[in-house]
Ligand binder design. Structure first.
Ligand SMILES: [Zn+2]
Length: 237
């Protein structure tokens, strides 16, 4: 569905825009004013610029949660860091997905098997949310497998990684020492590395670790394989 509002009179056009702006939409308007007739031509504005965000998302998602396809209790989730309200930066979520994402409900790991389908969405906002959730779940081998398969365009990847961590929980090792990206740690326990068929031995040094969005997980390379390691099994070197 696409419509333009060409050839409205100036007054009609501005009244229309004013009403729509009060519905919190983002406007990117190109128009030309015909000074002879006083008529504004808005060209090929897509209709969705003139609908409020929820209507846009309901249409995009065919009325279902964009992550798990539930059809009830749907609401708009603005993907942090949120700037201007813009449907491209939002997803339509059911209550179950939303509360788990916002960490107001306990995570139900099996619920997120739905990402197996939704991560293939063509909508960047959905790809970003799938990527972030799979990262949160990356100690589950199925989630890590999906993450390995999920290819994001460069700009979408940068967006996915740009999450502002609003909980400032520090990442600590088994002794409570603060860990930072680039640190080296030593494993204090033999760890079976799921899906690789090897055991990372106690005493193994892991250099140049990365932090994750989960303060209980770090990432590092062991035997040439990048793995997620629980911080309770490491000690800062
Ligand atoms: Zn859902």
């Amino acid at each position: 569905m696409s419509t333009s509002i060409s050839n409205k009179t100036r007054e009609e056009a501005f009244a229309y825009l004013f009403i729509k702006m009060r519905n919190r939409i983002t406007l990117r308007v190109d128009y030309t004013l015909n000074t002879d007739t006083g008529i504004i031509d808005f060209g090929n504005l897509l209709c969705d610029l003139f609908m409020n965000i929820k209507d846009t998302l309901l249409q995009r998602s065919h009325g279902q949660c964009e992550l798990c396809t539930a059809k009830t209790e749907l609401s708009v989730y603005e993907i942090p860091p949120a700037t201007d309200p813009d449907s491209d930066k939002c997803v339509l979520l059911c209550d179950s997905c939303k509360t788990q994402i916002e960490k107001t409900a306990e995570i139900n790991v099996n619920h997120w098997r739905c990402l197996n389908d939704s991560m293939w969405s063509q909508t960047p906002a959905v790809q970003v949310m799938a990527w972030r959730m799979l990262n949160r779940l990356s100690t589950e081998s199925w989630a890590q497998d999906l993450l390995d398969m999920l290819y994001l365009e460069e700009d979408v990847k940068a967006w996915a990684e740009s999450e502002v961590d609003d909980d400032t929980t520090p990442t600590l090792d088994s002794n409570g020492a603060l860990l930072s990206a680039g640190d080296s740690v030593t494993l204090i326990k033999d760890l079976d590395v799921k899906g690789t068929g090897f055991t990372a031995k106690r005493g193994t040094a892991v250099r140049n670790i990365s932090l994750t969005s989960n303060p209980e997980h770090i990432e590092g390379r062991v035997n040439g394989v990048r793995i997620v390691i629980l911080t309770k099994y490491v000690k800062k070197s």
